[in-house]
Ligand binder design. Structure first.
Ligand code: PLP
Length: 382
């Protein structure tokens, strides 16, 4: 299967052959437990919490093929994936280095929950790799970053993260939710663990929550054992929907890429707009790096209006096609103010330090006709 290209893998990788009872779609195995076939080890018995039913097995193979990893593991949400992965590589007394601007839930988990377990952290300055070594302690075990940051769409020097991690014996971990395997495959760049919120682009239809961790068989086995105890497995019906969504991922990402880039350029030239954040814009400080590292850009755009918070609220009240809602990566366009949703858990001072203004608007461009979205945004900005 590795010889095939992404669009082919999305359809065929991981599909059981011969097909189960001839079904061209993997059926939903609505069975929590399975007959003991003398497997011996507890972890090999088939049981839904152990994430090893036929629905899970097919998904793991498809995801691993898409990202060119040895193995993959799906779970109940992106946060289940993030927490299970971090708790696998970190123990009490350990220390983790993190990118400074992370998804709000991850930021909260690292700054509030991990310290209670005796796990310490430091935020690195992504623009000054020469300062990172000063933060390394004898107890530092991992380096955690995001491919494209939420909500400011920064793309840091990811090659430097891998080199640094390898030089210091750290597990390199990356949240690849925004880029998806279509635009970035972390293992090909040397990352040890890739993490996804499957709720977003992987599923793509805003109808489930799911997560995934991908990496070497050895690391995924360790994450699996941790998850078996934490219990955040993915149920069979959600597996089915995630599996179905993955088959159209390459097509959907191509549309998200085209449409968001066109809308970002349009917004940048609009007189009411002060600043637009999108890695595909040549005005973006990370554009050259992003263009080299990524095979495309997701449907995510953030922007600030010249009229500040009042104008942002007006825009949210006036847009007609998008839903005003958190989350991202679905077929429908969503707009939100990160200060009140994804990054509400940060204090105003933390948000300011991360560059997230109260007036920042984030848009997840869906699969509607680009011309209709531009017309709607124009009337809302008028
Ligand atoms: N990672 C990123 C980049 C996200 O944007 C989110 C949610 O918005 C998550 C992880 C958490 O995912 P979930 O809501 O599936 O737990």
């Amino acid at each position: 299967m590795t010889k095939h290209r992404l669009a082919t893998k999305a359809i065929h990788a991981g599909e059981p052959r011969p097909a189960i009872q001839g079904a061209v779609c993997v059926p939903i195995f609505q069975s929590s437990t399975y007959e003991d076939l003398g497997q011996g080890s507890y972890h090999d018995l088939r049981y839904m919490r152990l994430n090893n039913t036929p629905n899970h097995v097919a998904l793991h193979a498809k995801l691993a093929a898409l990202e060119n990893t040895e193995d993959a593991l799906v779970m109940a949400s992106g946060m289940a994936a993030i927490s299970a992965a971090l708790l696998t590589v970190l123990q009490s007394g350990d220390h983790v280095l993190c990118q400074d601007c992370l998804y709000g839930g991850t930021h909260d988990f690292i700054t509030k929950d991990l310290p209670a377990l005796g796990i310490d952290h430091d935020f690195i300055d992504p623009n000054r790799p020469e300062t990172w070594a000063d933060l390394v302690r004898p107890t530092t075990r991992a380096f955690y970053v995001e491919t494209i940051t939420n909500p400011l769409m920064r793309v840091m020097d990811l090659a430097a993260v891998v080199d640094f991690s390898q030089a210091h014996g750290l597990v390199s971990m990356i949240d690849n939710t925004f880029a998806t395997p279509i635009f970035f495959r972390p293992a090909e760049h040397g990352f040890d663990l890739s993490i996804h919120s499957g709720t977003k682009y992987l599923n793509g239809h805003s109808d489930i929550v799911a997560g995934a961790v991908l990496g070497s068989s050895e690391l995924i086995e360790r994450v699996t054992h941790k998850l078996n105890h934490l219990g955040g497995s993915l149920d069979a019906h959600a597996c089915f929907l995630l599996h179905r969504g993955l088959k159209t991922l390459p097509l959907r990402m191509a549309h998200h890429h085209q449409s968001a880039l066109e809308i970002a350029r349009h917004l940048e030239s609009h007189p009411a707009v002060a600043r637009v954040f999108h890695p595909g814009l040549t005005s973006n400080p990370d554009h050259d790096r992003a263009a080299k590292l990524l095979d495309g850009y997701p449907g995510m755009i953030s922007f600030e209006l010249k009229g500040g918070l009042g104008a942002a609220d007006d825009f949210l009240a006036k847009v007609e096609l998008p839903f005003v809602a958190p989350s991202l990566g679905g077929v429908e366009t969503l707009v939100t103010r990160p200060a009140t949703t994804s990054h509400a858990g940060l204090s105003p001072a933390e948000r300011q330090a991360a560059g997230i203004s109260e007036a920042l608007v984030r848009v997840s461009i869906g699969l509607e006709d680009t011309r209709d979205l531009i017309a709607d945004f124009d009337q809302a900005l008028a």
